[in-house]
Ligand binder design. Structure first.
Ligand code: ATP
Length: 219
């Protein structure tokens, strides 16, 4: 997909939260593995915007939310927790090569995280907030948001970044990429796209969107 096409904001894909023009905007931020969404989220954070890091929060909720804990134990057994703490290795070994089990686990986690994010958003008082998550569309979370920003980087760059960051072999990263929805397709679902391809500067793109959202919000 040409970069110029990615940069066209799609105002026609607005969600229908009726009061979006009256209050604080809820903005999603997503992208494939290694696209740079966490880095972009941190830039919004520097501009004073609160960020909900959904993937980190989900990990926390798996250890602290009673309802979620008992649902995980019910479906994955007592071994899913060791001394009350999630046994991530055990759970990963179950879901790693079993798509249905992975989907089941996600179906338990996503509603709890979406609810937690809603409560968090309701407590914020800024013109807009950001919810950063790898699976915004797949989890249904995008339906609760006013706009979604996609962070785009070509696959070879994403692979190199994750290899450098996590010291993982290329095959392992490719496996993870193959489990996510196609990046170009994901970007088409987004209202705005930030290109993070090591050629275009990211900060001006973030500043431009920040200005736009502040103008749109009446909070
Ligand atoms: P994941 O889904 O795996 O968590 P992510 O989309 O959140 O990935 P980041 O963690 O933000 O991606 O970025 C991946 C790695 O690439 C990080 O080490 C980050 O510092 C680096 N990185 C991202 N964008 C850039 C950039 N424009 N210039 C240099 N390094 C970058």
């Amino acid at each position: 997909m040409p970069d110029s096409e990615l940069l066209i904001p799609n105002y026609f894909k607005l969600n229908t939260r009726l009061n979006y023009f009256l209050s604080m905007l809820r903005i999603g931020l997503t992208g494939g593995i290694g696209s740079g969404k966490t880095m972009v989220a941190k830039l919004f954070g520097i501009l004073g915007i609160p960020v909900y890091y959904a993937d980190d929060k989900a990990k926390h909720l798996m250890n602290t939310n009673k309802e979620l804990k008992s649902a995980i134990i019910q479906h994955f057994g007592n071994d899913a927790y060791k001394k009350g703490e999630l046994d991530r290795k055990y759970l990963a070994s179950i879901v790693f090569n079993d798509k249905e089990k992975l989907e089941l686990l996600n179906s338990l986690i996503h509603p709890v995280t979406i609810r937690d994010a809603e409560e968090w958003m309701n407590r914020q008082t800024t013109p807009y907030v950001i919810k950063e998550a790898a699976l915004l569309f797949e989890s249904g979370a995008a339906e609760h948001l006013d706009f979604v920003i996609g962070v785009y980087a070509p696959q070879h760059i994403r692979i190199k970044r994750v290899m450098d960051r996590d010291h993982l072999p290329e095959e392992e990263i490719m496996k993870r990429i193959s489990r996510q929805i196609n990046e170009e397709m994901k970007m088409k679902l987004c209202n705005f796209v930030i290109v993070n391809n090591d050629q275009q500067l990211v900060l001006p793109q973030v500043i431009e969107l920040d200005k736009k959202f502040r103008e749109m919000s009446t909070q």
